[in-house]
Ligand binder design. Structure first.
Ligand code: 5GP
Ligand code: MG
Length: 183
C-alpha cells in the first residue's frame, strides 16, 4: 500500500501539530457552550477521534453519513445516508467535522439540512481545505491544513475505499489510479 504513494505531503508529526493547534481554537471558541461534534462518515472518523481527545471541555459526539457517487477522484452527486436523531439536532450547537473541504457542496448541503431540522448553530472544522476547488460559497470555521489542488489519500481519506488507514497524507502514483480504472 505504501508503494502506491507518490509523495508524502503531511507526516504524522505535522498532522499531530496541526491538530493540536486547531483543537485549541475549537476549545477556545466553545468554552462555556455545550456542543456536539458531528463527524461526517467515513472520511473524518480518524480526524474526529484525534481532535475530540484534544478538546478538554464538555462535548457530545454524533455522526452523519454523506457520500459522493462513484469511486473517482472528483466529488459527484451527494447522497445523505443518515442523520442523528431529532433530539440530537434540535436546539443544539453543532460542529460538523469533515476530512476535506473541496467544492464545498457536502458541508453546505449538510449545514442547510441540519439547520432545517432545527439546529441552533452549525459550524464546521475540517482536516484539509482545498480553497482552489470551491464551487459553492462555503468556508470552514476551523481547519487544520490548507492543501493545493491535488488528490490526496491517507489519514481517513480514501481512493475507491482504500488508503484510509495510512497514518500520513500523500498523493497517489498514476499506476494506483490505473489499477482501479483498468479493474
Ligand atoms: P466537497 O463536497 O467539498 O466537494 O467534497 C468533500 C468530499 O470529497 C470529501 O469528504 C472527500 O470524500 C472527497 N474529496 C475531495 N477531495 C478529495 C481528495 O483530495 N482526496 C480524497 N480522498 N477525497 C477527496
Ligand atoms: Mg468524504
Amino acid at each position: 500500500m505504501h508503494d502506491d504513494i507518490e509523495e508524502i505531503l503531511l507526516t504524522e508529526q505535522q498532522i499531530t501539530a496541526g491538530i493540536d493547534a486547531v483543537a485549541k481554537q475549537v476549545t477556545d471558541a466553545y468554552r462555556g457552550v455545550e456542543f456536539t461534534v458531528v463527524s461526517v462518515l467515513k472520511g473524518s472518523c480518524i480526524f474526529a477521534s484525534d481532535l475530540i481527545r484534544r478538546i478538554p471541555v464538555p462535548l457530545e459526539l454524533a455522526f452523519v453519513s454523506a457520500s459522493s457517487y462513484g469511486d473517482g477522484t472528483t466529488s459527484g452527486d451527494l447522497e445523505m445516508n443518515f442523520f442523528p436523531a431529532e433530539g440530537e439536532i434540535r436546539g443544539k450547537h453543532l460542529l460538523l467535522v469533515d476530512d476535506i473541504l473541496d467544492t464545498g457542496k457536502t458541508l453546505s448541503r449538510l449545514k442547510a439540512e441540519l439547520t432545517k431540522r432545527g439546529a441552533a448553530q452549525v459550524k464546521s472544522c475540517v482536516f484539509l481545505d482545498k480553497p482552489a476547488r470551491r464551487a459553492v460559497e462555503y468556508n470552514a470555521d476551523f481547519r487544520a491544513f490548507e492543501v493545493d489542488d491535488l488528490f490526496v489519500v491517507g489519514y481517513g481519506l480514501d481512493f475507491a475505499g482504500r488508503y484510509r488507514n495510512l497514518p500520513f497524507v500523500g498523493s497517489l502514483k498514476k499506476e494506483a489510479y490505473a489499477g482501479v480504472v483498468d479493474g
